[in-house]
Design a protein around this ligand. Structure first.
Ligand code: BT5
Length: 315
């Protein structure tokens, strides 16, 4: 019911009277007033009074199932987990997906993480004000195409940042998102498969949004959207755009990946650069030439000599 009150306030251009709300929702005006009071307690700035009409002036910078449900497509209805604090949204998403939940899709969001993870078990600093989320999708495709989801996620993040803030975000292979050369976002893909067929994908996304870089522990070379812009961003809008982009492109990961690859190349900070690549075994130097159809990095390690790398860190 509270969600319906909120939806009506959001959809209206001007004030909505208590009477209209009550009639539309088939409740008393007193009930409407109580819902408005609850929303105000939650941080919604709602102007007006019973006989003038209510106006939604601003929404709190906090994730809630109500807000997220109103924002996301129907596939997510009833499949959103939104918590104040969590060890890791990826861990929670994996546990739920493995138990058959979050189907056909799902979202786990936390205001902060106590055990956020990067790739290769590295820690991921996740203070309040960031966007720490895991999207569970179940596209029908061979498990070996799952790695492509990391490139898709990086493209979705970089494009959504550009659209919501105007900031020029670039991608560093394989899936770091940078602003002015500093890391603002990272992606951690996990999955489950059976007999070579993907069961579910967990797309873990971390974005440094509404906090300052000083809030990050033991991290160098990072930035945050608030630091870059000098003001907070609309985290909800950013999250919504990212999920939309993931949903649009995920079904095509196996057979229609060209548009994502092209977008990735356009946003790349890596192609053409002189790099050092650490693949966990060796460190090689060379020039990054391109990515292949699965997102492997093609590096010219010596004149006329090219190698493809599937994983690693570059500097
Ligand atoms: C990543 O790993 O960039 C993937 C990060 C994914 C985080 C999301 S948050 C939601 C979901 N739940 C999780 O538990 N994880 C996902 P990698 O490329 O390995 O980068 C890790 C390195 O980045 C660390 O070793 C630090 O040096 C640095 N780092 C840690 N926290 C950072 C932050 N908030 N911003 C920028 N860099 C950070």
């Amino acid at each position: 019911m509270r969600r319906d009150v909120l939806r009506m306030l959001k959809e209206s251009d001007g004030p909505v009277s208590g009477r209209v709300l009550a009639e539309n929702l088939s409740v008393s005006r007193t009930a409407v007033w109580k819902h408005i009071e609850r929303l105000r307690e939650e941080g919604y700035d709602i102007g007006g009074a019973q006989n003038v009409g209510y106006t939604l002036r601003s929404t709190p910078d906090r994730f809630s199932v109500e807000e997220l449900s109103a924002l996301l497509p129907g596939a997510f209805t009833g499949q959103i987990v939104c918590l104040n604090e969590l060890t890791s949204t990826n861990d929670e998403a994996k546990a739920l997906a493995a138990a058959g939940k979050l189907s056909p899709a799902g979202l786990v969001v936390a205001e902060s993480q106590t055990g956020g993870r990067g790739r290769f078990g590295r820690p991921w600093s996740s203070p309040r004000g960031g966007i720490w989320m895991s999207v569970v999708l179940r596209p029908r495709m061979p498990a070996n195409a799952a790695g492509r989801a990391a490139l898709l996620a990086a493209v979705a993040i970089a494009e959504a940042i550009k659209e919501t803030t105007g900031l020029g975000a670039k991608i560093k292979w394989p899936n770091d998102v940078l602003i002015r050369g500093r890391k603002v976002s990272g992606v951690l893909i996990e999955m489950a498969a059976e007999l070579g067929l993907l069961e579910y994908l967990v797309i873990g996304i971390g974005i440094n949004a509404n906090f300052g870089v000083a809030d990050l522990k033991d991290v160098v070379g990072a930035t945050t959207l608030r630091d870059e812009l000098g003001r907070p961003v609309d985290r909800l809008e950013l999250l919504g755009r990212i999920v939309d982009k993931l949903l649009d492109a995920a079904p095509g990961l196996a057979h229609d990946f060209k548009p994502v690859l092209e977008a990735w190349r356009r946003l790349s900070d890596t192609i053409g650069a002189q790099i050092k690549l650490d693949d966990g075994v060796n460190v090689v130097s060379g020039r990054a030439i391109d990515i292949d159809d699965d997102g492997g990095l093609i590096v010219e390690t010596a004149p006329g000599q090219r190698r493809v790398f599937r994983a690693g860190d570059i500097s």
